[in-house]
Design a protein around this ligand. Structure first.
Ligand SMILES: Cc1cc2nc3c(=O)[nH]c(=O)nc-3n(C[C@H](O)[C@H](O)[C@H](O)COP(=O)(O)OP(=O)(O)OC[C@H]3O[C@@H](n4cnc5c(N)ncnc54)[C@H](O)[C@@H]3O)c2cc1C
Length: 415
């Protein structure tokens, strides 16, 4: 815990993956830095909890996506975090009779065809909402939309095809056994951080920057802003003079919603380790379930988009209750007594996240570059939403922090 000094060379706002990436790069270059973090912990949307004595749960990010190009993989190795390279269960390892193999094959085929149409359409360089590329009358359309709510945090009508196409997925997805959030916490451990320090205003009208926080005011030469887009768009953090281009860009890149739940599973041997459970529900409003991740005695559920929002709005425990109902409908009544809610996320209601990950609204694929651009050689911007190709991810956030740190060093004549 670092207390607030009156002056610093570079202030970094937010100790999530982006802020930590920026801080490491600047610290290594010998620059005097301080991370200002509103929460009482490191990691932001990366957070691991011990949900039960034998259940580790990542409330936020869990997968090292594009793991063969993911900068957290070498960091995990350096910090002695065991990496699990098993394939994810999304496409394979289906369990139960709720989604018969024939239907499943048909669904995967329809999904792959849809993604192919999006890729083809994006080549023309004209932005469109992604739902235009659903095949009229295809019975799998609601479930393809449900997949969008997991990937994008929103339904396809709110997704820009050009932005979707810019994301680089190498289809290699690994995990860290002790949790992605725990990895972020270890990565952040050596850095100077002022916790419970909510930044409300960045005044860039004077010779030096003046940063107003819940812990007092701080002067700085440079600032790197890494807070989620919804906080910029809502002006939870303000700039003086105002920066309308940044507000517009942040509004074009809203955070969609994805929420997770973990349920303790009695008699776990009855279910396979690392299985996937979902139904041929033909609904947009559906969860997808990871059975016994890492062999743990639990089931993890994943929900997205408007359905996740409705469940969050229904209050604490609604996500767990909906998961149990759905799992019971797939596996039988006996499972009701076997499942106990342990923990669920409520990212939309989290005041320092206000959502899960960013997507570009149709027509706004260019906003990531606008949001990332420095202002006056003094204000710099990072965070997953500023990543050109790995947005929505923790490694994309980290790399964006490193990019902003290099811009700061160049502006200081140290580049
Ligand atoms: C349910 C869920 C599942 C996910 N799954 C994956 C996954 O499997 N793989 C993956 O790579 N990514 C995943 N993600 C996304 C990933 O977690 C994020 O993209 C990444 O953590 C964002 O990092 P960031 O530094 O940009 O933002 P954040 O982590 O949000 O960090 C910003 C920090 O700023 C702080 N802050 C906010 N406002 C202020 C203020 N006014 N003053 C001071 N501090 C402030 C916040 O508290 C936070 O610590 C998931 C996210 C969620 C929610």
């Amino acid at each position: 815990m670092t207390s607030l000094p009156s002056s610093i060379d570079v202030a970094i706002i937010g100790a999530g993956a982006a802020g930590l990436g920026a801080a490491h790069a600047l610290k290594d270059a010998g620059v005097d830095i301080l991370l200002l973090e509103a929460r009482d912990r490191v990691g932001g949307r990366g957070y691991t909890v011990q949900a039960a004595p034998d259940v580790i749960f990542d409330v936020g990010c869990g997968w090292l996506h594009s793991a063969d190009r993911n900068s957290f993989v070498p960091i995990a190795e350096q910090l002695h975090f065991e990496i699990n390279r098993d394939l994810p269960p999304w496409r394979e390892r289906a369990f139960g009779k709720a989604f018969p193999q024939k239907d499943r094959d048909e669904f995967i085929h329809a999904l792959d065809d849809f993604f192919e149409r999006l890729r083809e359409a994006a080549k023309a360089g004209i932005d469109q909402p992604a739902d235009r590329y659903l095949e009229a009358g295809n019975r799998w359309n609601p479930m393809i939309d449900a997949i969008s709510t997991y990937i994008n945090g929103c339904e396809l009508g709110e997704v820009s095809i050009l932005d979707f196409d810019a994301y680089e997925d190498t289809n290699v997805n690994w995990r860290v056994r002790r949790g992605y959030g725990a990895l972020l916490a270890a990565y952040g451990a050596p850095l100077p951080i002022a916790f419970n320090c909510n930044v409300t205003l960045i005044d860039h009208s004077g010779k030096r920057l003046r940063i107003e926080t819940s812990q007092g005011t701080l002067a700085a030469d440079k600032v790197i802003v890494t807070v989620p887009t919804n906080l910029i768009a809502d002006e939870a953090i303000r700039f003086f003079p105002a920066l309308p281009a940044k507000l517009d860009a942040a509004a074009g890149l809203p955070l969609g919603l994805a929420d997770k739940v973990t349920l303790l599973l009695a008699e776990p041997e009855a279910l396979p380790k690392e299985g996937n459970l979902r139904g041929a529900t033909m609904r947009r409003e559906m969860g997808t379930y990871h059975l016994r991740p890492f062999g743990q005695p639990c089931i993890e559920g994943y929900f997205g988009g408007r359905y996740a929002q409705a469940l969050e709005d229904a209050g604490d425990g609604a996500i767990a209750a909906a998961s149990i109902d759905e799992i019971v409908s797939f596996l039988g009544n006996d499972f009701r007594r076997k499942l106990t809610p342990l923990r669920e996320s409520r990212w939309a209601h989290d005041p320092f996240a206000r959502g899960s990950y960013s997507h570009a609204l149709p027509g706004h694929a260019g906003d990531r570059v606008v949001l990332a651009a420095p202002v006056d050689g003094r204000l710099f911007f990072a965070g997953e939403a500023t990543s050109p190709d790995f947005f929505t991810t923790a490694h994309g956030a980290r790399d964006s922090g490193e990019r902003a740190a290099k811009e700061v060093l160049a502006a200081m004549g140290k580049g």
